[in-house]
Design a protein around this ligand. Structure first.
Ligand code: SF4
Length: 307
C-alpha cells in the first residue's frame, strides 16, 4: 500500500499523529512519504492522511488526488473532540524520521503524552471536551522516548494525575531535558511536586495565570515554588491570558505582580486575530514579550508614551 501524509498546519512543530500513522504503516510493510500534489496527479497514492491540529490555520490549498483521503485532528473537528487514533496506532513508537529533514531538532527529541485530560474546565480551552475532565496516565515514557537528549511533553496537566510521582521519576531517571510544552498548573503545586520538578533537567518551565480572581490563592503558590527551586526569572515563565474576561488594569496588575515575584510574564491574547492592529492589548503584548524592552522599561505607560 502506498500512503502519503499531509501536515496541514506545517508550523515547524512535528505532528504526532502523522508520526504514529507512519510508524504503523511502515510496520505493515507499506511505503510512506509526504504528499506531492504533482506526482499524485499522475500516480494517485492508495491513501492520504491529512492532519490539522489548529483551527486558525487554513486548510490544504491543493486538490488531493488519492484512492482514499482520511482527515483528522482538532483543526477539522473543533469544537468536538474528533476521532481518536485506534489503540494500535496511538501506542506505537512514533516514526520521528519523517521530520528529520523538515525539522532537524526532531533527531534529538522525543514527543508525546504521558497523561491525557485535565480536571479543570476553562472556558477558553478545548482539552476537557477533547480529552476528558480528569488527568489520566496513558503511557510510560519508554513508549515514545528511546534515549533522545530532549523530551517534549504535550500533557495538559500532568501534575493533576494521581500517578504523577511515578511519571516524574521516569522523567528524572531519563536524564533528558524535559519541556512541559503546555505548561504546568501552579494552583495544584505542592512542596513535594516542586521538589520532584527541581530534580528534573529543565531549561524553562511555564505556568499560567489566566483568571484574575485566582489572585489570592495563586500568589503564595508562585512564591513557594520559587523558594523551593531557587530558580531565576529566565527559567520561570508565566502565560498571562488577556482579552478573555479581564480588564486592562487587571492585565497590567498580573504582569507587574509576576515580575515582582521573580517570574517572566508572557502575554497571550485570546482571539488575537480579531484585535485591531495598534490596539493597546497588542502594545502590551509587544512590551511584555520582548525581554529586552520589558527589562529596560519598567512601566507600560512609559513604554507607550515613548513609542
Ligand atoms: S488548566 Fe490548562 S489544560 Fe486545563 S482546562 Fe484550563 S487551560 Fe485547559
Amino acid at each position: 500500500m502506498r500512503v502519503e501524509l499531509i501536515d496541514v498546519d506545517g508550523h515547524g512543530f512535528p505532528n504526532l499523529p502523522l508520526m504514529k500513522i507512519s510508524a504503523y504503516h511502515k510496520s505493515r510493510g507499506d511505503s510512506v512519504g509526504w504528499h506531492n500534489p504533482l506526482t499524485a496527479w499522475l500516480n494517485p497514492p492508495d491513501r492520504v492522511y491529512m492532519s490539522k491540529v489548529f483551527t486558525f490555520t487554513p486548510d490544504y490549498q491543493h486538490p488531493v488526488n488519492a484512492q482514499e483521503i482520511i482527515r483528522g485532528g482538532t483543526g477539522y473537528s473543533y469544537p468536538d473532540g474528533g476521532a481518536e487514533l485506534p489503540e494500535e496506532i496511538e501506542h506505537i513508537y512514533p516514526d520521528y524520521s519523517i521530520y528529520f529533514e523538515k525539522i532537524p531538532e526532531v533527531k534529538e527529541t522525543a514527543y508525546g503524552f504521558l497523561t491525557r485530560g485535565c480536571p479543570r474546565g476553562c472556558d477558553f480551552c478545548i482539552v476537557g471536551k477533547k480529552e476528558g475532565r480528569a488527568a489520566k496516565k496513558v503511557a510510560d515514557l519508554s513508549e515514545f522516548w528511546r534515549g533522545q537528549k530532549n523530551i517534549v511533553l504535550l500533557d495538559a496537566n500532568l501534575f493533576a494525575c494521581k500517578e504523577w510521582r511515578g511519571l516524574s521519576d521516569q522523567l528524572i531517571d531519563s536524564g533528558a531535558w524535559v519541556d512541559f510544552s503546555q505548561g504546568c498548573d501552579i494552583r495544584i503545586m505542592t512542596q513535594e511536586k516542586a521538589g520532584y520538578i527541581k530534580r528534573m533537567k529543565i531549561k524553562r518551565i511555564h505556568f499560567a495565570w489566566d483568571r484574575y480572581e485566582d489572585k489570592e490563592a495563586i500568589i503564595p503558590k508562585f512564591k513557594e515554588f520559587r523558594e523551593i527551586t531557587g530558580w531565576e526569572r529566565k527559567k520561570l515563565g508565566v502565560y498571562v491570558l488577556c482579552n478573555f474576561n479581564t480588564t486592562f488594569e487587571q492585565d497590567l496588575e498580573r504582569v507587574y505582580t509576576l515580575r515582582d515575584l521573580g517570574y517572566a510574564p508572557y502575554v497571550m491574547l485570546y482571539d488575537k486575530q480579531n484585535i485591531p492592529a495598534g490596539h493597546r492589548l497588542k502594545r502590551l503584548q509587544r512590551w511584555v514579550n520582548n525581554r529586552i524592552i520589558f527589562n529596560s522599561c519598567k512601566d507600560f505607560a512609559d513604554y507607550d508614551c515613548r513609542k
